[in-house]
Design a protein around this ligand. Structure first.
Ligand SMILES: [Zn+2]
Length: 557
């Protein structure tokens, strides 16, 4: 392939797209055998991959420079295009799902593919399109607001990502002032964020009710493609986390309080782990990338091939710039069988997380890139995040390349972070369950809900009377709550599995990595819990899994 920046781009015409799918549907109907339908399905793959590739190129180029008028317009175009596309995909899937040759097709594609089809058919209807378009616009509005946030700090203006440098500074006064600047900023926009979220909740509830659901929760689960577990299991999981992880995290906080030598730990200390400041990568962004390449060449033949492909084809855009969209992600360009990694390096250990975490996602895609059945790539997020989070642990042995003599400090920080994350992630999940079960709550009531959850999940945090963060506003920074409802618990489930790999590799690295590779290659060929079993992991839903993990980790942190 050409380097990413040289790849051609062409807008997908809406009417042409509709005609192409209509044509495929007609041919599916006319097909006289499973073989004939399978041949049509190959063309469906080709068309769908192409649309996905072009729209992703536009999306990435927009994220790389949000002030680029051309790609800004393209991005807006796809906001309205996607629901129409989804409509076509659904019409096509409906035909396939009810095919008289289903047994033949299911043999080729596997049972997960058909279960997922069922979920997308149940969660979509053409009459939802106007609401879905409005939903996309609202999410874009939130994303834009956060991306263009201007934080005034010490006479300069920064975006949120660049503020991390100050909120994690070793000087406590700097942290305090920086967090205050963030709080002031959020207070100035919280009304607008409340308005956006209120509209999103009402919009999603209206969509759910049009499909005959009582509220958005079951629909949200279907849209997350939860094909093998439900609300009760998730609730039971959160309950175990409250019991086992909350006290564990309180212990970690106390340890940290002593380590950084303060009388009481305040919320502006949350981002810092050591008196001399957090371990940060020592090299330039270019050196970090190069160290990452050396690391993956060392780790295994599979990761070596992967990283060379990424570098040769310019599939990283990771340098922080003011006009880039916030955050980081891995995405896919199926026409080129290529992953792409987007991020904003900011000089913190987060830069290394991109090399470990996002590369974990990309690596998993890469090892399956020759699979002729794209449905096998339809991974649900609680599984996808195992690929990425486990890679953070599998790469521990190379952290001296990034952190020099502070690699041990990096381990401490990373392990503590993973543990602390577990209750937080559950809180984000429970918040959303409450919000969508009670869609008529006012914005003020939602903040009260969050404040109450803080007391349960993070009783050790002292907000020092902050008028935004201390009053139930924190969730407004959490983009997933806006863009991907009910996504967050997937990170928590995955953390639990990645921690199991960590415990395993400390005993037998080679065996753990072999099983990790096996899990990556299983992709979405099977359902969640059977796949974990095949890879030698315990399901987080099983009673006792959480508790035994806490016991193992208490010895590590
Ligand atoms: Zn991830």
């Amino acid at each position: 392939m050409e380097k990413f920046e040289k790849l051609p781009y062409e807008r997908i015409d809406l009417e042409e797209m509709k005609t192409s799918y209509a044509d495929l549907i007609r041919r599916l109907k006319e097909a006289k055998s499973g073989e004939e339908q399978w041949a049509v399905h190959q063309e469906y793959y080709k068309l769908t991959k192409h649309i996905s590739t072009e729209s992703t190129i536009a999306h990435i180029r927009h994220d790389i420079d949000t002030t680029d008028a051309f790609y800004d317009k393209e991005n807006e175009y796809y906001d309205a295009f996607f629901p129409e596309w989804e409509n076509c995909l659904n019409a096509y899937k409906k035909e396939l799902f009810y095919s008289p040759y289903r047994a033949y097709l299911e043999e080729k594609m596997g049972p997960v593919a058909f279960k997922n089809m069922e979920l997308s058919l149940k969660s979509f209807d053409e009459k939802l399109i106007p609401l879905m378009q409005e939903e996309n616009e609202l999410v874009s509005r939130y994303t834009k607001l956060i991306a263009t946030a201007k934080i005034e700090y010490e006479g300069e203006t920064y975006n949120l990502s660049l503020m991390t440098k100050f909120t994690t500074a070793k000087d406590r006064e700097v942290r305090k002032k920086a967090v205050k600047a963030m709080s002031d900023y959020f207070l100035s926009v919280t009304g607008e964020i409340d308005e956006i979220y209120d509209k999103l909740v009402k919009n999603r509830t209206a969509q759910a009710r049009m499909l005959g659901f009582e509220n958005y929760i079951p629909l949200g689960y279907m849209r997350m493609q939860r094909n093998s577990y439900g609300q009760e299991q998730v609730e039971n999981f959160r309950k175990q986390v409250k019991e086992a992880f909350v006290p564990f995290v309180s212990e970690i906080h106390e340890k940290r309080r002593k380590r950084i030598g303060v009388d009481s730990l305040k919320f502006y200390d949350n981002g810092v782990y050591f008196t001399e400041g957090n371990p940060a990568p020592t090299g330039t962004p270019e050196e970090i990338l190069k160290a990452g390449q050396e690391m993956y060449r060392d780790l295994s033949p599979e990761t070596a091939e992967f990283i060379d492909f990424m570098m040769e084809n310019g599939l990283f855009d990771v340098l922080g710039r003011k006009t880039k969209t916030q955050g980081g992600y891995m995405t896919e360009l199926p026409d080129y069988k290529a992953p792409f990694i987007f991020a904003n390096f900011n000089g913190t250990s987060g830069d290394v997380d991109v090399i470990t975490h996002e590369c974990g996602h990309a690596f998993q895609y890469f090892v399956n890139r020759e699979d002729p059945i794209p449905e096998h790539n339809d991974i649900t997020m609680e599984t996808a995040e195992i690929h990425s989070m486990s890679m953070e642990y599998f790469t521990y042995g190379w952290m001296d390349k990034f952190f020099g003599n502070r690699k041990e400090d990096y381990y401490t920080m990373h392990l503590e972070d993973s543990v602390i994350f577990v209750p937080y992630g559950c809180m984000v999940d429970e918040f959303q369950h409450i919000v969508y079960a009670n869609p008529d709550m006012t914005p003020a009531e939602r903040k009260q809900v969050w404040k109450k959850l803080e007391a349960t999940y993070r009783p050790h945090i002292d907000f020092d009377g902050d008028p935004f963060f201390g009053e139930g506003g924190f969730w407004q920074r959490q983009g997933h709550i806006f863009a991907s409802p009910f996504y967050y618990i997937d990170y928590v489930l995955a953390t639990i599995c990645a921690m199991q790999f960590k415990a395993w590799m400390d005993e037998d690295f080679k065996e753990a990595f072999t099983h990790y590779l096996q899990l990556c290659k299983l992709s979405a060929r099977d359902f969640y819990e059977p796949m974990l079993e095949q890879a030698g992991l315990k399901s987080p839903f099983k009673d006792g899994c959480i508790e035994s993990l806490v016991d193992k980790f208490k010895a590590k942190v």
